[in-house]
Design a binder for this molecule. Structure first.
Ligand code: AVW
Length: 255
């Protein structure tokens, strides 16, 4: 009898984890659409396209391409000149963009908003979604979460237009890393026919010694298409802090 109950309990638990993950995503989707763009997207369709990407697959055998149907199921245009990339500045960037419409990160778009901070995977021949015991970022290359962010970042970068920005961390010895998603996916996929310029916003504290002259930025420029103008500006951390605490301060006074 104990075995029977054990099996029932296990079945219930896993059903709950699948269901609650789906609920989180659908709720985020409906909340986002209500607040930002009613009518344009179908959350159930998006969920279906998402799920088909990784369900039934070994969690180390989910390449980025499986998310193509998901990418095409999401309809959203981001205004030119507002795209903000980031690397090693996640918390600060989002604190800054959360109450402002002038700059938009991937996680402020519907696609990024739906899955930000989540972990998911399935198993070979399973129909379920698990949120624990999934490979973490560098455990294996083709894991569901990493492949998703690579595809989403590629899509965000390749649709970018006008002047785009990237907020980088001036407290690091090397603020630009060619192996980061920004360096390995986004910079390479900016379309020189649509993007006029890339401005690095190097957020620096008074005690930082890293500047726009850092050698890692030569690296960045060598990866960047020569038709895209490169700029770098040091932005004091204190300015960003003030702007985070007061969303009424216009963007142009912040960056
Ligand atoms: P990041 P990125 N191991 O701050 O430029 C574990 O380096 O990569 O910024 N987790 C990782 C790793 C790793 N080696 N690399 C990335 N991550 C995960 C999407 C981890 O969750 C936006 F559009 C970490 O917090 C940005 O412009 C997060 O990825 C760009 O990609 C960011 O790592 C930021 O990617």
């Amino acid at each position: 009898l104990a075995v029977v109950f054990g099996v029932i309990a296990a079945a219930k638990n896993s059903a709950n984890s699948s269901d609650s993950f789906k609920n989180v995503v659908i709720n985020r989707c409906e909340t986002y659409l209500k607040e930002n763009m009613p009518g344009k997207n179908d959350c159930k369709k998006i969920w279906g396209a998402f799920e088909q990407a990784y369900i039934g697959r070994d969690p180390c055998d989910v390449p980025p391409e499986v998310y193509d149907p998901l990418i095409s199921s999401v309809k959203q245009d981001v205004a030119c000149n507002t795209m903000l990339f980031w690397s090693k500045t996640k918390t600060m960037v989002h604190a800054f963009t959360d109450n402002r419409d002038c700059m938009i990160t991937l996680e402020d778009t519907l696609l990024g908003f739906l899955f930000d901070g989540l972990t998911w995977c399935s198993r070979n021949e399973s129909k379920e979604t698990f949120t624990t015991d999934c490979p973490s970022w560098s455990d294996c290359q083709n894991n569901p979460v990493r492949s998703f962010w690579i595809k989403a970042s590629l899509n965000f970068a390749s649709t970018a237009c006008g002047n785009v920005s990237a907020m980088l961390n001036g407290s690091l010895e090397a603020p630009f890393s060619s192996t980061s998603v920004f360096g390995s996916v986004e910079v390479k996929n900016l379309d020189p026919d649509k993007v006029d310029g890339l401005t690095v916003l190097l957020v620096t504290k008074d005690t930082d010694t890293t500047t726009c002259n850092h050698s890692s930025f030569h690296n960045l420029q060598s990866i960047l298409d020569t038709k895209i103008a490169y700029n770098c500006r040091e932005v004091p951390y204190s300015t960003v802090e003030v702007c985070i605490s007061d969303p009424e301060i216009p963007c142009s006074d912040c960056l």
